[in-house]
Ligand binder design. Structure first.
Ligand code: GLN
Length: 447
């Protein structure tokens, strides 16, 4: 049924870059057989899911939305892919995304645009646009994406689904195509908080193959889910309700905050004075790390190789043909920022700003259990609206980036419709390090 739904809807939606029906049916039959034997692997056994095309999948082409990886077939699975398979989940294929996860609208996909199921003229968000759209359009029950600066939470908000960006180190990055290694974090999308919690529980936990993976035990995210919001202290950063926030978004978010009060939570005003530097710091750190990570695409080891008569010419021509405009922009920005004499002025300074932002959150969490605010300044914008203005596009992540810089867990929960536009609005919750359980419980209380 899920494959039929994909076949019926994806021509218009564009959420999938590759559908793998035979593999899916084989996995589904194996799951049926297990369950018939009374040998089910748990609640995800047999559940149709799909994966952002940034996760390596053995034997299934993986492109990261880029021409430079066209035709690349990974020889192994990402840890999160292995773990979903071990839980019995059935992947239907690979999902559309911005090239190398660089973008906020999915329009940087080298292959095709992805559309928002609420209004096909609008963006599903990015970079995990396909992951959010596939869940919103009921093609699959859950998906995985990655969030470096908002790429799970922003598309979740735009498509009206739940998206969780875990604490940095909670979910393994092994086999996840790298964009900015100190920020990248895989996480789930679901229709409901419980679905997202289930997926997170399946993929989280230590992985010896990722040196930044935490050894902390994983909480049972379902166990405390129905704990409610009574007594919860919800921090409301004053800086997140200032100019730039659209009134239709603010109204929905304030409605959610009022609902928390009715449920017995306490709202406390907090301040994130350095959050205003987050976008600037991010656009030094992320391109710097990207310029280093993307150096491996040289036409020798992976994917595309341009025809040329000499080695250096082959590198240059492969990169010229293989990378789209956004990766090229970031490689140039990052290479510049890391070049001799500039490191201290840019990268190092941005890292210091990062520490200040983390301290702001630490102070806030001395007085509250979760921080709440908008995910994005607007609801889903129109395809084409911001493509020619990278700076405008970068501002879509103004509220999501601080959480990545501080390595904290963040979640996006649908909190009503934008009055006038009728489009979904997301509430963002940010939690203490490794306290995904509280985030999920707080989100569940509002559902
Ligand atoms: N939109 C941001 C960027 O373009 C964040 C992307 C992400 O989280 N992967 O870098």
């Amino acid at each position: 049924a899920a494959l039929a739904r994909v076949a019926e809807t994806d021509g218009r939606l564009g959420a999938f870059l590759a559908v793998t029906p035979e593999r899916a049916l084989d996995a589904a039959r194996a799951s049926d057989a297990r369950r018939a034997r009374g040998d089910a692997r748990g609640p995800l056994d047999g559940v149709p899911v799909a994966l952002k095309d940034i996760f390596l999948t053995q034997g299934v082409p993986t492109t990261a939305g880029s021409r430079i990886l066209e035709g690349y077939v990974p020889p192994y699975d990402a840890t999160v892919v292995e773990r979903l398979q071990a839980a019995g989940a059935v992947s239907l294929g690979k999902l559309n995304m911005d090239e190398f996860a660089m973008g906020s609208s999915n329009e940087n996909s080298a292959y095709k645009p992805c559309h928002n199921p609420w209004d096909l003229a609008r963006t599903p968000g990015g970079s995990s646009g396909g992951s959010a759209a596939a869940v919103a359009a009921r093609q699959v029950f859950g998906t995985l994406g990655t969030d470096t600066g908002g790429s799970i939470r922003e598309p979740a908000a735009f498509c009206g689904v739940v998206g969780v960006k875990p604490t940095y180190g909670r979910v393994s990055r092994f086999g996840v195509i790298a964009f900015a290694s100190s920020l990248d974090q895989p996480g789930p999308f679901g229709k409901t908080v419980a679905d997202a919690a289930l997926l997170l529980g399946a993929v989280a936990g230590h992985d010896p193959r990722d040196a930044t993976s935490s050894t902390r035990p994983v909480d049972d995210y379902l166990a405390g889910l129905e704990g409610g919001a009574a007594g919860l202290r919800v921090g409301v950063p004053r800086e997140w309700f200032q100019e730039g926030l659209e009134p239709g978004v603010e109204r929905a978010v304030r409605g959610a905050l009022a609902a928390y009060e009715r449920l017995g939570a306490k709202l406390v005003e907090v301040s994130l004075p350095h959050a205003k530097y987050a976008v600037a710091a991010y656009y030094l750190i992320a391109p710097a790390e990207a310029s280093s990570n993307l150096a491996r695409y040289d036409g020798v080891r992976y994917g595309l190789r341009a025809k040329a008569s000499a080695l250096k010419e082959m590198y240059a021509e492969t990169r010229e043909q293989g990378f789209g405009p956004e990766p090229k922009r970031r490689i140039m920005l990052g290479t510049y920022a890391l070049s001799a004499g500039y490191y201290d002025a840019y990268y190092l300074r941005a890292q210091k700003v990062r520490t200040l932002i983390r301290r702001d959150f630490d102070e806030a969490f001395a007085r509250c259990d979760v921080v709440a605010g908008p995910v994005t300044p607007t609801a889903a914008f129109r395809l084409g609206e911001k493509v020619d203005d990278p700076l405008q596009m970068y501002l879509a992540d103004i509220y999501t980036i601080p959480c990545n810089l501080a390595a904290l867990p963040g979640l996006s929960l649908p909190c009503g419709l934008h009055e006038g536009q009728g489009l979904p609005v997301g509430l963002q919750l940010v939690g203490r390090p490794f306290d995904e359980a509280t985030l999920l419980r707080a989100a569940r209380a509002l559902e």
